[in-house]
Design a protein around this ligand. Structure first.
Ligand code: FES
Length: 358
């Protein structure tokens, strides 16, 4: 009797490098996916793995990263050379294949043909010219359909087309068709997952784009919208300008012009008994005249209009005198209010506020 190792359980640990060696050695047991290898569903059954023990052992030995593990039973099987002493069945667990366990002469590859464990002890050694029952059992299990015999036996029941096995319940399918259906379902789920992921990425990109558009729009129009909602009345410059103590203007001689506040649009002038604040804008077309002290006049460079020191026009195209601003005094400080103007031609220069008596 020879000893035979029958795989009762096989699994794959982490570290698969997807080399395809296992699927090449035992395609009914192993399936190499994109990123790892898996045990096919049928191979989770001991009755399925036992007849495929040699392929599983080969796959484990050829695995370059040694991630294929299995449990096995060692049984005695009929041997053509009866000189080998029979040994009692023994059970062992092998978690890592090693050449030492395959080397002995009594190992499956070099032993006489064997049969599945269920028939161990009941199978007689075949006579010359007759098929060995253990070899027959292995041959029948050589394909997941039970070999050609199985195919022939079940030919009326096995769906012969893809449409056939797709329409048949998986429990009623032979292993190959069941495996094909499972693999197809897995591939379909994988494609759907990839589509969902792509849709998610696409939708995320659209969402990010709209978010960026919203943020950009908010940044660009936000300040303008804020100003629209909050009128900028406080940013207008105060029309009231403090132009200094009244004493400095009391010291001026009649006809003098103070240009210190020309940048603010004001000439401070001194008349006989009063001071006033002239608007520096030419009343012709809005240019700014220049004070010419030697000539004691304002002369507009644009069209030649001329004004006396009190603002009365006397030459050029301008139709009327310069305007005057409202002027007040508080605590000895003269304050000019540019929001209020007085026009000579309207008789407003005599109105209170158009001058300060000194
Ligand atoms: Fe001053 Fe025309 S704008 S003269």
């Amino acid at each position: 009797m020879a000893k035979k190792q029958l795989i009762t359980k096989v699994w794959i640990e982490e570290g698969c490098i997807v080399c395809d060696a296992c699927e090449t050695a035992a395609p009914e047991v192993f399936e190499v996916m994109d990123d790892t290898c898996v045990i096919r569903p049928d191979a989770l059954n001991a009755e399925f793995t036992k007849p495929r023990s040699e392929g599983i052992v080969d796959a484990a030995e050829e695995c370059p990263v040694d991630v294929i593990k299995f449990d096995s039973d060692t049984v005695e099987v009929a041997d053509e050379a009866p000189t080998e002493p029979a040994a009692a069945p023994a059970t062992e667990t092998q978690t890592a294949p090693s050449p030492a366990k395959k080397a002995p002469a009594a190992e499956p590859k070099k032993a006489a043909p064997q049969k599945a464990p269920a028939s161990v002890g009941k199978t007689k050694a075949p006579s010359a010219g007759e098929p060995d029952p253990s070899i027959q059992a292995l041959l029948e299990a050589a394909t997941s359909r039970g070999g050609n015999a199985g195919i022939m036996r079940n030919s009326t029941e096995v769906p012969t087309s893809a449409q056939g096995w797709r329409a048949t319940d998986v429990d009623n399918l032979p292993p190959d068709a069941r495996q094909a259906k499972v693999v197809e379902a897995a591939q379909k789920a994988k494609k759907q997952s990839a589509l969902h992921r792509r849709d998610f990425v696409s939708n995320s990109a659209v969402a990010i784009g709209w978010t960026a558009f919203g943020v950009g729009t908010g940044i660009s129009i936000g300040p303008a919208f804020g100003r629209f909602m909050m009128p900028n009345v406080l940013e207008e410059p105060d029309p009231r300008i403090r132009v200094g103590k009244i004493t400095r203007y009391m010291e001026m001689a009649p006809g003098d012009v103070n240009e210190d506040y020309k940048p603010q649009g004001i000439w401070m002038i001194r008349d006989e008994d009063r001071i006033a604040a002239l608007n520096i804008i030419c009343t012709h077309l809005g240019c700014i005249p220049n004070w010419q002290p030697n000539d004691r006049k304002f002369k507009c460079p644009c069209h030649g209009s001329g004004y006396y020191s009190d603002g009365i026009n006397f030459e050029g195209p301008t139709p009327r005198p310069l305007e005057r601003f409202k002027i007040t005094i508080k605590d000895g400080i003269v304050i000019v209010d540019k929001s209020k103007k007085y026009q000579y031609e309207l008789g407003q220069w005599d109105q209170p506020g158009s001058y300060i008596l000194v």
